[in-house]
Design a protein around this ligand. Structure first.
Ligand code: NAD
Length: 498
C-alpha cells in the first residue's frame, strides 16, 4: 500500500505519529494509499526548517524569486497531464476539470512573477525639512496554509505562490483526502530552483491544524474550507496573535430574469451546478427564475439535460462529472435529498440510487433537481456541496434580490438578464463578494482578488491579486533625516508640520 508522508526541508519524510488516514479512489471506493497524520513534533520540524531557510530567501532579490516561479510555471505546463491524473485519481473529478484546477493556480504563479513591481514600497521626498518618508513591505516570516479537498491544485497555489514570492517560508497542510498533488507541487518548486525548507508540506488533520495555530513562529495563516472550521481557525489564529484570512462555505444563487437568454442560462446552470459534481465553492446551487413563466420554461429545459448528464470515473474522457469525494459525502448528500422531499420540495430529477456499471462501490450521485424550494427549508439553508440544484421561484426582481441578500453565505452570485439597468442595480446592491453578470461562476482571475462576504469569509484581505501581497507582508514605515549639523533642541510637543 502506498504511504504518503510529508515534504520537509526539500525531502520526503515518513510520518512518525503512527496515525494515518485512508485515501480513496472515489470512483471505485478502494483505498489506494495511506496518508500520515502529523503530530506537533512534525509541525515543529517543518517550522525549524522554514525558520532556518527563510532569512536567506527573503534577502534574495525579488527578480530572482520571480525566476523560480517562471520555471515552475514551465514545469507545471510540461507535467500537466501527469498532474491532472494524479489529482483526479484522489478527488474524482474529470481530468479536464483537474487541468482547470491546476491552471487557475498556475495563473496565480504567473501573477507573482510580477513580485518586483508588486512589492515595491512608497517614497515621499521632503515629507518635512530634510525629511524623507518611505514605506516598505517585508515578509511576515513563516506563513501557513490549510486547504480543502475540492481544489488540491489551485488553492495551495493561491496561498504559497504569493507567500513565497514575498520572501516568506511556507507550511502547507493540504486536505487529507487528496494529498498527492500538493506534495508533487512542492517537488516541482524545488526543481524550479526554490531552496529547501521554503515550501514544506505536512499532511494531517485537526491535530496538525491546532499545532500550526498555536506555533509561536508562524506569523500568518490562510485557510479555505467549510464555515465552522473557518470560524474556528480564524478565532484560534487571532487568539494566538496571528494574522488570518479564512474562507468558508457558500450557497450561490443565480437569478434568471424574464428577459434572459434562457438557453444560455440553462447551459450556465448545467456547468455551474453539476460540473465537478457540485463540489465547488462557486458552484451555483440555487436557481431563482423571476416569474412563473420563466420558472416553468427553465425547469422544462433543465430536466432533459440533467437526465442526460454523463457521469463517470475520471478515466472516462467524455464524462461531464465524476463521483463525490467520500462515502460520508455521498451519504450526507443523499440524506439531504431525503430531507428536501420530507420538507415538501418537489423532487423533479432524483439522483439517489445512481449506479454505474462496473463502479458499483463508487461514490456517484446522479444530477438532482428540486423545484418549489422555499427559504425555510434546510436544503436551501445548508450548503449541500453535491450535484443538487434547487429552484426557488420569485415573483419579481426585488424578491429575487432579497434571497441571496438574506442568506447566511455571501460567496458568489449571478444574474442573467439583457437589461443593463437591472444588472447594474443588482451588482451595486447585493451583499455578496463576487458577482457574475451573465457569467455563472464569477471566479476572479489571479490579478483580481477572490473572497466572499458574510459567513463565507473571515478576515479582511482576500486571496491573490494585490490583497495577497498585503496579506503576506508587513508594512514598515521609515522617517529619515540626513542633514549635516542638526541644530534643533529637544522637542516635547507632538511634531507637526508648521
Ligand atoms: P473542511 O472544512 O472539512 O476541511 C478544510 C481543511 O480543514 C482540511 O485541511 C482539513 O484537514 C481541516 N480540518 C477539518 N476539520 C478540522 C477541524 N475540526 N479542526 C481543524 N481543521 C480541520 O472542508 P472540505 O470538506 O475539505 O472542503 C469543502 C468546503 O470548503 C466547502 O464548505 C466549500 O464551500 C469550502 N470551500 C470554500 C472556498 C472559498 O474560497 N470560500 C473554496 C473552496 C472550498
Amino acid at each position: 500500500m502506498l504511504e504518503i508522508g510529508h515534504f520537509i526541508g526539500g525531502k520526503h519524510v515518513a510520518g512518525t505519529s503512527g496515525r494515518t488516514a485512508d485515501v480513496f479512489n472515489p470512483a471505485t471506493g478502494e483505498v489506494q494509499a495511506k496518508v500520515a497524520l502529523a503530530s506537533v513534533s512534525e509541525i515543529r520540524a517543518a517550522v525549524e526548517n522554514a525558520k532556518e531557510a527563510q532569512p536567506k530567501w527573503a534577502a534574495t532579490n525579488p527578480q530572482r524569486r520571480a525566476r523560480v516561479f517562471m520555471k515552475f510555471v514551465d514545469l507545471l505546463n510540461q507535467n500537466m497531464d501527469e498532474l491532472a491524473v494524479m489529482l483526479s485519481k484522489e478527488h474524482g473529478k474529470t481530468v479536464e476539470d483537474s487541468k482547470g484546477d491546476i491552471v487557475r493556480g498556475l495563473e496565480v504563479c504567473e501573477f507573482v512573477i510580477g513580485i518586483p513591481h508588486l512589492s515595491k514600497g512608497e517614497f515621499t521626498e521632503g515629507a518635512g525639512p530634510q525629511i524623507d518618508m518611505y514605506s516598505i513591505r517585508q515578509p511576515v516570516g513563516i506563513g501557513a496554509g490549510i486547504t480543502p479537498f475540492n481544489f488540491p491544485g489551485m488553492i495551495p497555489m493561491w496561498m504559497f505562490a504569493p507567500a513565497i514570492a514575498c520572501g516568506n517560508a511556507f507550511i502547507l497542510k493540504p486536505s487529507e483526502r487528496d494529498p498527492s498533488l500538493p506534495i508533487r507541487l512542492a517537488e516541482l518548486m524545488i526543481e524550479a530552483g526554490l531552496p529547501a525548507g521554503i515550501l514544506n508540506v505536512i499532511n494531517g488533520d485537526k491535530a496538525a491544524v491546532d499545532a500550526i495555530l498555536t506555533d509561536p513562529d508562524i506569523g500568518a495563516v490562510s485557510f479555505v474550507g467549510s464555515t465552522p472550521i473557518a470560524r474556528y481557525v480564524y478565532g484560534t489564529a487571532a487568539a494566538n496573535g496571528k494574522r488570518a484570512q479564512c474562507f468558508g462555505g457558500a450557497k450561490n444563487h443565480m437569478i434568471i430574469m424574464p428577459d434572459a437568454d434562457l438557453d444560455q442560462a440553462v447551459n450556465a446552470l448545467m456547468g455551474a451546478g453539476y460540473g465537478s459534481a457540485g463540489e465547488r465553492c462557486m458552484a451555483v446551487s440555487v436557481a431563482v427564475p423571476v416569474g412563473e413563466e420563466t420558472a416553468n420554461r427553465l425547469v422544462e429545459k433543465l430536466v432533459p439535460k440533467i437526465e442526460s448528464l454523463r457521469i463517470g470515473p475520471y478515466t472516462d474522457d467524455k464524462a461531464d462529472m465524476g463521483p463525490v469525494v467520500t462515502k460520508e459525502a455521498h451519504a450526507r448528500i443523499n440524506g439531504l435529498i431525503d430531507k428536501g422531499v420530507a420538507e415538501g420540495a418537489k423532487l423533479v430529477v432524483d439522483g439517489r440510487g445512481f449506479k454505474l456499471q462496473g463502479y458499483e462501490n463508487g461514490y456517484f450521485v446522479g444530477g438532482t433537481l428540486f423545484d418549489n424550494v422555499t427559504p425555510d427549508m434546510d436544503i436551501y439553508k445548508q450548503e449541500i456541496f453535491g450535484p443538487v440544484l434547487s429552484v426557488v421561484r420569485a415573483p419579481n426582481y426585488e424578491e429575487a434580490l432579497s434571497l441571496p441578500m438574506k442568506h447566511e453565505y455571501g460567496n458568489g452570485v449571478a444574474i442573467f438578464t439583457r437589461d443593463g439597468d437591472a444588472a447594474r442595480d443588482f451588482a451595486s446592491r447585493v451583499n455578496i463578494g463576487m458577482i457574475g453578470i451573465n457569467v455563472p461562476i464569477p471566479v476572479p482571475l489571479a490579478y483580481h482578488s477572490f473572497g466572499g462576504w458574510k459567513a463565507s469569509s473571515f478576515g479582511d484581505l482576500n486571496q491573490h491579486g494585490t490583497d495577497s501581497i498585503k496579506f503576506w507582508t508587513k508594512t514598515k514605515t521609515i522617517t529619515a533625516r540626513w542633514p549635516s549639523g542638526i541644530k534643533d533642541g529637544a522637542e516635547f510637543v507632538m511634531p507637526v508640520m508648521k
